[in-house]
Design a binder for this molecule. Structure first.
Ligand code: KIV
Ligand code: ZN
Length: 518
C-alpha cells in the first residue's frame, strides 16, 4: 500500500451551497449559508462553491459575504457562458483570499440542438471568449463541459483544448444527468487527457449526479482516469437525485487506501456534524441507512451482529464511528437482539440483575420489541426498574382486558396471580383506569387511598411506553410505585399493584405489624 506521502492529493470541491441549494426546497438563508461555509472551511474543504451570483441579489450577497470571511479555502462563484454572468461572479468573489470563477457551457448534441440552438463551432468560440473574460478577472478559472458524458469524445477534446488555451486552470467534465457507468467515466477522463496536447496545464475534475445511484463510484473512477478534483455535496444534496456525497467519497478514499492511493485534506471527524448542520438548515432529513452519516450507519440490531461486535468491532464495522465524529457504536435493542447484547446494554445503563430477573427483563424486552418500533434506552430503564421493583411481589397481573370508549360502562376483566392462585373478576368504573383499580380492589380488598396517579410517555411517538406512577396511603404511611408498558391501562394496573404489594410488605414489617395483623 502506498504511504501517505506517496499518495496523490485529491482536491475536494464542495458545491452544497450551489448545486445542493438547487434541490427543490433546499434553499438556505444568508446566515445559514455562512454557518455551512464556516464548517466546510474548518473541516478542510479545498474549494467552496458559494453560489450562482447572477441568479439573484441574495445569491450574490451570499457569495460575496462568504468570499470576505473565508480565509483558507478557495471561494468559487458559478457563471454561465455569458458576459454578464462572468462579470457578476467576478464581482462577488473578488473579496476572497483565493477567488475562482466557475463557468460552464453545454457540449452534448442534445443540449446544443434543443437548449442552446448553437452549432459546435459557435460553442467553441463562446468557450474561448468567456474563459478569456473570466481569466481577465481572476487567475483561477474552472471551465465545465455540461453534459460531458453524452458528448462525443472528439468534440469534447476540442472544447477542452479551447478552454485550456483560453486560460482555464481546472477542467470539469460533469456527468450532468447521472448516466455514466464507472468504467465509461474513467475512460472519458483517460482519453481526454491523452488526446488533448496541453491537458497537463489543467487539473481535471469530476462532477457526478446520482440518478442511477453511481455518483460516488463514478467520482472515484474519475480519479483512476486522472481527475484530481471531486465535486460533491454534504449528504449528497443536489439537483434531482443529488450529487456525489462528500462524506462517501472522503471515507471511501480513507478506508480503502489499498485500492485508492489518494488523500484528501478533510478532517473526517467533522463529517457527522456537517451532515447534521446541512440537514437542519435545509430541512432535508438524512435517510436512516445513508452511508457514513445515517443514524443506522453504526447501529447493530441483529443478535449475530451484536455478538460479533461485542467480541471485536471489526467483525461488522469497516471504519470506526469516531473516525466520522460519532461517539460510539450503538447496539440497538430489538427483537433480533441476543442475551449477550442485552446484558451489555444493561451494564452500560448501570444495572446488574440476578439470573431470574435478567431472564424476565430479557423476555419483556423481546415482547416490547414485538409491539413497538424502537426500543430506546429509556424503555429498557423503565422495564428493568419495573422488574427490579416487582420481581418478588406476591401478587402479579396475569391478564387484563378492558372495554372502553363512548358506549359505557367501562369494564375491566382482571386475572391476578395471588401467591400462586389465579383469581379473576370483572369490575366497572368511571373510565377504564377506574375500572382496573376497582377490579384490583375486588380481588385484594384494601383501605389504601390513591394519593397520586401520574402518566408520562417514556419516549416520543404514539407507540411509546407509558410510565405510570401510583402513590397509595394507609394509616399515615405512603408508598409509591412505577410501571411501564405501551398499554397505559396495563401500566396503570401494574403500578397500582406494585404499590399495594409494597404497602403489604410495610404492614408486615412495620412497628405496628403485630397489631395490624391481629
Ligand atoms: O451538473 C452539472 O453539469 C453542473 C454544472 C453547472 C457544473 O452542475
Ligand atoms: Zn450539477
Amino acid at each position: 500500500m502506498a504511504s501517505a506521502s506517496e499518495k496523490d492529493r485529491v482536491i475536494i470541491f464542495d458545491t452544497t451551497l450551489r448545486d445542493g441549494e438547487q434541490s427543490p426546497g433546499a434553499s438556505m438563508t444568508l446566515e445559514e449559508k455562512l454557518e455551512v461555509a464556516d464548517l466546510l472551511d474548518a473541516m478542510g474543504v479545498d474549494i467552496i462553491e458559494a453560489g450562482f451570483p447572477i441568479a439573484s441579489n441574495g445569491d450574490f450577497e451570499a457569495v460575496a459575504e462568504i468570499a470576505k470571511r473565508i480565509k483558507r479555502a478557495t471561494v468559487a462563484g458559478l457563471a454561465r457562458a455569458i458576459n454578464a454572468d462572468i462579470d457578476r461572479a467576478g464581482e462577488a468573489v473578488k473579496f476572497a483570499q483565493k477567488p475562482r470563477i466557475h463557468t460552464f457551457v453545454s457540449t452534448s448534441p442534445i443540449h446544443l440542438e434543443f437548449q442552446m440552438k448553437k452549432s459546435e463551432a459557435e460553442v467553441l468560440d463562446i468557450i474561448t471568449a468567456t474563459v478569456t473574460r473570466a481569466r481577465n478577472l481572476v487567475a483561477d478559472v474552472e471551465w465545465s463541459a455540461m453534459d460531458a458524458t453524452r458528448t462525443s469524445i472528439e468534440y469534447l477534446c476540442r472544447t477542452v483544448d479551447a478552454a485550456i488555451k483560453a486560460g482555464a486552470t481546472t477542467i470539469n467534465l460533469p456527468d450532468t444527468v447521472g448516466y455514466a457507468t464507472p468504467d465509461e467515466y474513467r475512460d472519458m477522463f483517460k482519453q481526454v487527457r491523452e488526446r488533448v496536447t496541453n491537458s497537463d496545464k489543467a487539473i481535471f475534475s469530476s462532477h457526478c449526479h446520482d440518478d442511477l445511484g453511481l455518483a460516488a463510484a463514478n467520482s472515484l473512477a474519475a480519479l483512476e482516469g486522472g481527475a484530481r478534483q471531486i465535486e460533491c455535496t454534504i449528504n449528497g444534496l443536489g439537483e434531482r437525485a443529488g450529487n456525489a456525497a462528500l462524506e462517501e467519497v472522503v471515507m471511501a478514499i480513507k478506508t480503502r487506501g489499498d485500492k485508492l492511493p489518494y488523500v484528501t485534506g478533510i478532517d473526517s471527524t467533522m463529517l457527522t456534524r456537517a451532515s447534521k448542520l446541512v440537514a437542519a438548515v435545509t430541512s432535508f432529513p438524512v435517510q436512516y441507512n445513508k452511508a457514513i452519516v445515517g443514524r443506522n450507519a453504526f447501529a447493530h440490531e441483529s443478535g449475530i451482529h451484536q455478538d460479533g461486535m461485542l467480541k471485536n468491532q471489526q467483525t461488522y464495522e469497516i471504519m470506526t464511528p469516531a473516525s466520522v465524529g460519532v461517539s460510539k457504536t450503538s447496539l440497538v435493542m430489538g427483537k433480533h437482539s441476543g442475551r449477550a447484547a442485552f446484558r451489555d446494554k444493561l451494564k452500560e445503563l448501570g444495572y446488574e440483575l440476578g439470573e431470574n430477573a435478567f431472564e424476565e427483563a430479557f423476555n419483556r424486552m423481546k415482547d416490547l420489541a414485538d409491539r413497538k418500533k424502537h426500543v430506546y434506552d429509556e424503555d429498557i430503564e423503565a422495564l428493568v426498574g419495573d422488574e427490579m421493583n416487582s420481581g418478588a411481589d406476591p401478587i402479579k397481573v396475569e391478564s387484563l382486558t378492558v372495554i372502553a370508549g363512548t358506549q359505557g360502562p367501562q369494564l375491566a376483566t382482571l386475572t391476578l396471580n395471588i401467591g400462586g392462585t389465579h383469581k379473576t373478576v370483572q369490575a366497572r368504573g368511571n373510565g377504564p383506569v377506574d375500572a382496573c383499580f376497582n377490579a384490583i380492589k375486588a380481588l385484594v380488598p384494601n383501605e389504601a387511598e390513591l394519593e397520586l396517579y401520574q402518566v408520562h410517555a417514556v419516549t416520543e411517538g404514539t407507540d411509546a411506553q407509558a410510565e405510570v406512577s401510583v402513590r397509595l396511603g394507609e394509616n399515615g404511611r405512603s408508598v409509591t410505585a412505577k410501571a411501564a408498558d405501551p398499554d397505559t391501562l396495563v401500566a396503570s394496573t401494574r403500578a397500582y399493584l406494585a404499590a399495594l404489594n409494597r404497602l403489604m410488605v410495610k404492614r408486615t414489617r412495620g412497628p405496628n405489624a403485630q397489631a395490624m395483623a391481629s
